[in-house]
Design a protein around this ligand. Structure first.
Ligand code: FAD
Length: 483
């Protein structure tokens, strides 16, 4: 903490010098009043924000040079002598936007410049850092660990994230930092900037918000930097900072190949959050071999409780976009769902249902008999009081849905084992701490048994589970029935 109070400006109280960083490179930086300084600890959206600034300032077209040249990382010790970098920056005629990975207690603070601080969930930062660190080439290690390096060498990346995490989260590289070994601290960086978040020239941006609504965040950044953008330009500006566009640009310019095995594809890995989750799915037979195999695939949204309805609504939205993410179709067709009321009591029930569905944000239209006839010309409508039309519902192929979801889960790090029956649970003082299978035991932090009609069997092997709903399913198959 730097303990800034009442609008006081941050002060440099620490020198950050190691294999990567040298905060003294800022000593001769001649700031301009309209400079923008983008700062994160690392892997929190720095390059993304630099690219956003490039589009806002230079327009959406191809960059006139590599991004790292246009938007220099000033405190990067391994980028060679600082003087040529400062000369290049001094020669820039457009508005400048530079990058720093320094905490607020290590970076020079210019009251007229603007500072954009980008935050991200620590666990996502860690996973992204591991991906980045694990791909460092021998050439880049040699650059970091040159003989003039201050402090110890950057050690080689451990085998797995599990080997790096304990030390990264509990040891500092610099003595005043609580964590971040062998780099520097993400938490210290953020907390020092958080202390000055109320200064008018400091803007906080979050990676999650950049991902969920890039345009809204770009607009915030543009407003903060006093950059006016015509409304019709937003679509192309947003497209120019998409992950695929940035990856393609980096590939084309052959950026990152020196530093990373796999070049741009490694640097712009997935940009996904939540990869730290360790999810294991055990299936005793094959995926879809349970009730799913029999389902007709109708995708309705109304459920018995508010939360189940919201979940079903989310499911219908997910089915519609899952293919984009996984490349596997769910067979979802939004053909709509029509209910007919032919008695007063049914009509009242559907009217209540309609009011409820609208209250949770769903679209449901009440149709007159002639509107029903327009929708389904073949139908007789003289006995209908109202039709109730839910346009967002439809049908999907249950097997394809499952396969697409399984692929998406695998893409996010989940592991799926088929032909692996759960035969018991391991308990510690009444708490489930592990799972027993025919193929061995495994530790669990939490578990969810989705055994459908076998829920009761699961309860037999796990006295702590109690089925939310245990269903018995009866099914009959007949020969064709003559009409
Ligand atoms: C005829 C029919 C039609 C239906 N139509 C529709 C419809 O149109 N729309 C709709 O939304 N829903 C429909 N449903 C309901 C729908 O099929 C289910 O809600 C859904 O498939 C449940 O999925 P699930 O993954 O929870 O269960 P399941 O698909 O049954 O999966 C449970 C899995 O757990 C596995 N398992 C069980 N015990 C163990 C163990 N000890 N260890 C490891 N694995 C185990 C099983 O092998 C199984 O694969 C229909 C159901 C039926 C029967």
């Amino acid at each position: 903490m730097i303990g800034v109070v009442d609008g006081a400006l941050p002060e440099r109280t620490h020198e950050y010098r190691n294999h990567h960083l040298d905060s003294t490179r800022w000593d001769n930086y001649a700031a301009r009043d309209d400079d923008v300084i983008i700062t994160t600890a690392y892997k929190a959206g720095t390059t993304w924000t630099q690219r956003i600034m490039a589009s806002l300032i230079l327009g959406p077209g191809p960059l006139y040079a590599d991004l790292w040249e246009i938007s220099a990382w000033v405190d990067a010790r391994f980028h060679g002598p600082v003087e040529p970098m400062l000369e290049r920056l001094a020669a820039q005629e457009h508005r400048r936007f530079v990058k720093s990975h320094l905490a607020a207690d290590g970076l020079r603070f210019f009251p007229e410049a603007k500072y954009i601080v980008v935050g991200r969930d620590t666990r996502d930062v860690f996973m992204s850092l591991f991906n980045h660190y694990a791909a460092y080439t021998d050439a880049v290690y040699a650059r970091f660990n040159d003989p003039d390096r201050p402090g110890p060498e950057l050690p080689r990346c451990p085998e797995s994230p599990h080997d790096l995490w304990p030390r990264w989260i509990s040891d500092g590289w610099f003595e005043w930092e609580p964590d971040g070994w062998p780099f520097w601290s993400h938490s210290h960086h953020l907390s020092t900037w958080w202390d000055v978040r109320d200064l008018p020239n400091v803007l906080f941006v979050h990676y999650r918000d950049l991902k969920s609504d890039t345009e809204a965040e770009m607009r915030r950044i543009a407003a903060f930097c006093d950059i006016a953008v015509d409304d019709e330009r937003w679509p192309e500006l947003v497209a120019s900072v998409g992950f695929d566009a940035m990856r393609a640009e980096a590939r084309e310019r052959n950026l990152m190949a020196f530093a990373f095995e796999g070049g741009a594809d490694t640097f712009f890995f997935k940009g996904a959050n939540g990869r730290w989750r360790d999810v294991l799915l055990l299936e005793r037979h094959k995926l879809t071999s349970g009730t799913t195999w029999h389902a007709a695939g109708l995708v309705g949204q109304l459920r018995a409780t508010h939360n189940l309805t919201r979940l079903a609504k989310y499911t219908a939205e997910l089915f519609a976009r899952l293919e984009e993410e996984t490349g596997l179709s769910t067979g979802f067709r939004k053909c709509g769902y029509l209910q007919l009321a032919t008695t007063e009591r049914r009509d009242e029930a559907y009217l209540r249902e309609t009011a409820y569905m609208r209250s949770v944000g769903m679209t449901k239209e009440v149709l007159s008999p002639s509107e029903v006839a327009d929708l389904v010309p073949l139908m007789r409508t003289d006995d209908i009081i109202h039709g109730f039309w839910t346009p967002d519902e439809g049908r999907a192929n249950p097997v394809d849905v499952t396969m697409s979801m399984a692929k998406g889960a695998r893409q996010r790090g989940a592991r799926i084992f088929e032909e692996t029956e759960v035969t018991g649970f391991l308990l510690d003082q009444g708490r489930v701490v592990g799972v027993r299978t025919e193929r061995g035991d495994g530790a669990l932090r939490s578990h969810s048994a989705s055994a459908s009609h076998s829920a009761a069997e699961i309860q037999l092997v796990c006295p702590r589970s109690s089925p939310y709903a245990s269903a018995r399913i009866a099914r009959s198959i007949s020969d064709s029935i003559a009409s």
